[in-house]
Design a protein around this ligand. Structure first.
Ligand SMILES: N[C@@H](CCC(=O)N[C@@H](CS)C(=O)NCC(=O)O)C(=O)O
Length: 236
């Protein structure tokens, strides 16, 4: 059995989408991020970075295997079940790896910060951050637009973990203030993925979870973190 530590956010949706696509049994472990459940000793033993998502694979050879960082989880599960990682040798493997890292180091953090400034930053601090991260998010969307000009999916004709990694922030793009009108190929790709039953099921998981984001503009747990959050004992 695989445990998925989850909250209904774009990063949480990524492994949920893959697990739903794979149709494997997994146990959903909701983390209430506004209550700081990510800082419990038990969860930090799984992910020292104290952020979801994370998994624990109790069926791994040699004993339970924890994996954290959404991209690493997708790569781990795709290898384990031998699905959704395009085949074709070392060149393809590196292409998958670089797109996974591109999302992790570029699209993800830029759109995550756009979400912060669009949804949570105090009004008086919103302007500069919103403008900067909207520009950076649109830059990332333009990279995807070029890539998708002559491909149905990011790696070619087949849907893969790279699409699952890049989809969730694009799913929310318009709501964050970066509509997809200038990126028609990205918009079509988004529709293609959104229509998949497994993707719908993963996003619906949020409907039963306690949401981390609402009314969180003054939320100390999420928006005022320091080294102390990682270094202190949680006392649990
Ligand atoms: N790069 C990480 C990002 C994970 C992340 O930022 N998770 C957020 C929710 S989307 C979280 O757990 N936040 C809780 C906190 O910051 O305390 C990944 O892709 O897994």
């Amino acid at each position: 059995m695989i445990d998925l530590y989850f909250a209904p956010t774009p990063n949480g949706w990524k492994p949920a989408i893959l697990l739903e696509e794979l149709g494997v049994d997994y146990t959903l472990k909701f983390l209430n991020l506004t209550k700081g459940e990510q800082f419990s000793d038990a969860f930090r033993a799984i992910n020292p970075n104290a952020k979801m998502p994370a998994i624990v694979d109790h069926t791994a050879e040699g004993g339970p295997q924890a994996v954290w960082e959404s991209g690493a989880i997708l790569m781990y599960l795709a290898r384990k079940f031998d699905r959704f990682w395009p085949t074709g040798g070392a060149r393809i493997d590196w292409d998958v790896t670089q797109w996974m890292l591109w999302q992790t180091g570029n699209q993800g953090p830029m759109m995550g910060q756009l979400s912060h400034f669009a949804n949570y930053a105090p009004e008086e601090h919103r302007g500069y951050g919103f403008k900067r991260y909207k520009g950076e998010s649109e830059r990332a969307l333009a990279v995807l637009e070029r890539r998708l000009e002559d491909r149905r999916f990011i790696m070619g004709e087949d849907y893969s973990i790279v699409d699952m990694q890049c989809f969730p922030w694009v799913f929310l793009s318009k709501r964050l203030g970066a509509p997809l009108d200038p990126f028609p190929h990205v918009a079509e790709w988004r529709e293609r993925i959104k229509a998949r039953p497994a993707v719908k099921r993963a996003i619906d998981l949020g409907k039963t979870a306690s949401h981390h984001g609402e009314n969180a503009s003054n939320n100390r747990v999420l928006f005022n973190q320091s080294a102390d959050h990682i270094l202190r004992e949680s006392g649990e």
